[in-house]
Design a protein around this ligand. Structure first.
Ligand SMILES: [Zn+2]
Length: 457
């Protein structure tokens, strides 16, 4: 989410030191998952924090840069050899825990633990283990390995849930391969278009990639699950932003994954000689684009709230030093949990664009080019997460997710909730991504508590 190049070098160096020092000192220190006495949820002991940590460290070997350490992050892009190795490692852990892992035609890994009432739907929980290139060791890995830890904790105490429990490791979550994100969960949610698995990326056919990770492209449609397939879906994930750390709160209760509206704005001016055209006669499309960029910021920040707006792409024509820019196209991306709020912001931006056009003697056309509806977390699931946090003596706060997650696909099929734990410095999709081991363990225990709470509903 954050480009490291935008962070001053001095701070980057300080973060590196902090992280290395942190990892170095933690090596000898026992993990303390609880701030108070370890509570038990309906007889379940806490998730094994030591095992969780050692597995996150072991998984990081698959995709680690040559000669590197845990602190150097991971490149485990979906369908790569590293991805296959990491998946094999996790499948081995699942088997050792007594599960019989299955791989669906899309390549998603599932492991089921029976409940006492076979007529009840599953409680599904998990995350992903693929990464971006030069990514971190916590994005997805934490939620996947914590899911296994939760099942083991139930086994250790002989806890029988009413609903069957199912852990999942989603295939191909990051939008690196084939430019497609949430690919495995998307197929399960039924979002699969003809030709999708015929795509090619870096010389790899998607169908071959799916085969490589144990899926079956010939039966890809069978991966789809109907609405109501489960009682609830839960995902533990690192925040990937800095809100929890800033607030000093260890647990985030996700209210939903934000809606994303993208607008394509095309500004037409008049390309002319930069030396001979007087300033008052110019129709400078880039000048208009600059005003528009500032207007987006002003309009988005005028009211309190967590809405964000970005002009992140700009194409200037002819883009030459001695020519007044004649045409600019740019994207305006708006994100918030409320679609209505996004549309109201866009209307204000549109009105302001008309005034900017008049003042700069240009024309500005704005077109909605893509829209992603929000995926709202289910209130009962949010409450279960809050109750579990409170029982553990952990403060929690509600927050939106500005990043996409497999959970948004699962929201299309049934009740969904997500647990966030703090990202140090708000950094993610970087080798410097870091979540304290204590926060990892806390998140795993909140996951356990929340799903046992949901089991009683
Ligand atoms: Zn992730």
């Amino acid at each position: 989410m954050i480009s490291m190049t935008s962070i001053p070098r001095s701070i980057r160096r300080a973060m590196t030191l902090t992280r290395r020092a942190f990892l170095g000192t933690m090596a000898a220190v026992p993990v303390a998952p609880f701030r108070g006495a370890a509570p038990r949820f309906y007889g379940a002991p806490p998730v094994d924090a030591h095992a969780l940590r050692s597995r996150i460290e072991a998984l990081s070997i698959f995709g680690r840069p040559a000669g590197g350490t845990f602190a150097d992050g991971v490149s485990r892009v979906a369908y790569s050899d590293a991805d296959v190795g990491g998946r094999r490692y996790v499948i081995g852990l699942m088997k050792a825990a007594g599960l019989s892992p299955t791989i669906d035609p899309a390549g998603n890994i599932f492991g089921r633990r029976a409940g006492t009432d076979a007529s009840l739907p599953l409680i599904l929980f998990g995350s992903h283990i693929d990464s971006v290139p030069d990514g971190g060791n916590f994005d997805g890995d934490l939620g996947s390995l914590a899911a296994l830890g939760v099942i083991e904790a139930c086994d250790r105490a002989g806890v029988r849930t009413r609903h069957p429990l199912e852990m999942v490791v989603w295939a191909h979550e990051e939008g690196v391969a084939f430019g497609r994100g949430l690919a495995g969960s998307r197929i399960v949610a039924g979002d699969l278009k003809p030709g999708d698995i015929d795509q090619e990326w870096n010389g790899l056919k998607r169908a071959d990639g799916i085969r490589k990770i144990g899926g079956d492209p010939a039966r890809i449609g069978d991966a789809r699950r109907p609405k109501g397939s489960w009682h609830a879906y839960l995902e533990l994930h690192i925040e990937q932003g800095g809100a929890l750390e800033r607030a000093g709160v260890p647990v985030g209760v996700v209210e939903g994954i934000v809606s994303i509206d993208r607008y394509e704005a095309t500004i037409a001016g008049f390309a002319n000689h930069a030396g001979t055209t007087p300033m008052n006669e110019r129709q400078d499309a880039l000048l208009a684009a600059s005003h528009l960029t500032i207007a987006v910021r002003e309009i988005v920040t005028r009211d309190a709230g967590r809405q964000v707006g970005t002009v992140g792409r700009l194409d200037v024509k002819p883009n030459a030093a001695n020519v007044i820019p004649g045409e600019v196209s740019l994207t305006i991306e708006l994100r918030d949990l409320s679609t209505a709020k996004l549309r109201a912001l866009a209307e204000e931006i549109r009105a302001r664009a008309a005034r900017i056009a008049a003042a700069t003697k240009t024309t500005i056309a704005m077109r909605l080019s893509s829209e992603n509806p929000p995926a709202l977390a289910t209130p009962a699931v949010q409450e279960a997460i809050e109750r579990a946090s409170t029982a553990l003596g952990l403060q929690s706060m509600r927050m939106p997710s500005g990043a996409g997650h497999d959970a948004q696909m699962m929201a299309q099929l049934g009740p969904m909730g997500m647990i966030f734990v703090p990202s140090v410095g708000g950094i993610s999709h970087s080798p410097k991504e870091l979540t304290r081991w204590e926060d990892c363990a806390n998140g795993a225990n909140v996951l356990l508590g929340a799903l046992l709470t949901l089991d009683r509903l």
